[in-house]
Design a protein around this ligand. Structure first.
Ligand SMILES: [Zn+2]
Ligand SMILES: [Zn+2]
Length: 363
């Protein structure tokens, strides 16, 4: 416990707590979860809540686009486009930007301009810190008490996790805050000083966060309007809303809905509940079990069928000089897990088919 005390205290503990006195996960009721959400987004009670409240404001601001789209511009062609934008473009961008770059530093840009371009490649949603800090905790405490989106806590525990479990602990001392802010240093997000953090309860400054959001939305609305009028702009803003709300479900399904659902020959990391799912994998490069094996890798699709669009983007940017370097753990994965399994099968099938069930699971 002591070795992870920084991670243990990084996030604001929910009022129902992470674990009981026996170290068992506390599973709050849906009512408790909603009550926590309403208290966490109440900026009138405490302005420190702004970073949690801003997501609700964003979702609320996306709704008029959806209403306008369905009322005035509805067509099945645009619906398909919005769903594609949501599931593939927004999904892959989430993996490229929030996950592999901001959280895991899996690759480096050769110039800040390419970082800013990548950050704003789609309609802006999450403030970066709401993804990054909690995700570091998720990797240390996967499926254990303290995991901000522990699937054993249930579907709503994960769906409301951004509000209830992602914001930074408001009582860090200066050294702890500096350590937390270091998680965000490379992201280009304007960071609070310790005094500002005490005032605002966040790593990012409110002004720069809101300015980035406003500029991004203005750019994308105008650009989409010029390409396809209000109809296209409203359709894709609706797609962004769909992703922003729906992505929270991945926290639940990506870890087997709280159950052991590993498949032999596909999910090699058995130290947690993460699974390689086909849809998030093919659409967004989220081969999540592979990712838990090699969190720092810019590629997560290791097997031939595991297409990884996020990796294709990073690799392409590297080829044209916009990405300076990246980490790719595919060769290590193949050597450590797959080749071992394959050679075991070919050498002595009868004996090793049994052994193969156990061998790859060790880390
Ligand atoms: Zn995970
Ligand atoms: Zn991760």
């Amino acid at each position: 416990m002591a070795k992870n005390s920084f991670i243990d205290n990084l996030l604001q503990t929910p009022s129902y707590g992470w674990q009981d006195e026996n170290g068992e996960l506390i599973v709050p009721t849906t009512r408790q979860l909603w009550r926590e959400t309403f208290s966490r987004i109440n900026v009138f009670k405490n302005k420190n809540n702004w970073i949690s409240a801003i997501s609700v404001v964003m979702i609320a601001c996306l709704m008029p686009f959806a209403v306008k789209f369905f009322a005035s511009y509805f067509s099945w062609k645009l619906v398909l486009l919005a769903v594609f934008y949501s599931m593939v473009i927004m999904g892959t961008h989430g993996t490229i930007w929030y996950h592999r770059y901001c959280t895991h530093k899996a690759y480096k840009f050769s110039h800040p301009i390419w970082r800013i371009m990548t950050q704003n490649l789609v309609i802006k949603t999450f403030p970066e810190e709401m993804y990054v800090l909690s995700h570091h905790v998720h990797h240390v405490k996967s499926d254990e008490p303290g995991d901000p989106y522990n699937p054993r806590g249930g579907f709503m525990y994960c769906m409301l996790s951004e509000f209830n479990h992602h914001s930074i602990n408001k009582n860090l001392d200066e050294a702890e805050y500096r350590r937390a802010a270091r998680f965000m240093e490379h992201s280009g997000v304007e960071l609070n000083s310790y005094a500002q953090y005490r005032k605002w309860g966040s790593v990012a400054t409110p002004v720069a966060t809101i300015a980035n959001w406003a500029l991004n939305w203005a750019f994308w609305y105008v650009a989409l309007f010029l390409i396809g009028g209000h109809a296209l702009a409203c359709a894709l803003f609706t797609g962004a809303a769909l992703w922003y709300i729906g992505v929270r479900a991945f926290n639940y399904t990506g870890h087997g809905k709280g159950e052991v659902k590993h498949q032999d020959g596909i999910d090699f990391d058995r130290s947690n509940l993460s699974v390689n799912q086909v849809r998030p994998g093919l659409f967004a490069g989220e081969w999540h079990n592979n990712h838990h094996l090699y969190p720092g890798s810019a590629r997560a699709g290791f097997l031939p069928s595991q297409i990884d669009l996020a990796w294709i983007y990073i690799w392409t940017l590297h080829r044209i000089g916009m990405v300076a370097s990246y980490k790719d753990s595919k060769a290590e994965f193949m050597r450590k897990y797959l080749n071992k399994e394959q050679s075991a099968r070919t050498v002595e099938p009868a004996f090793n088919s049994q052994a193969a069930q156990h061998m790859p699971h060790r880390l």
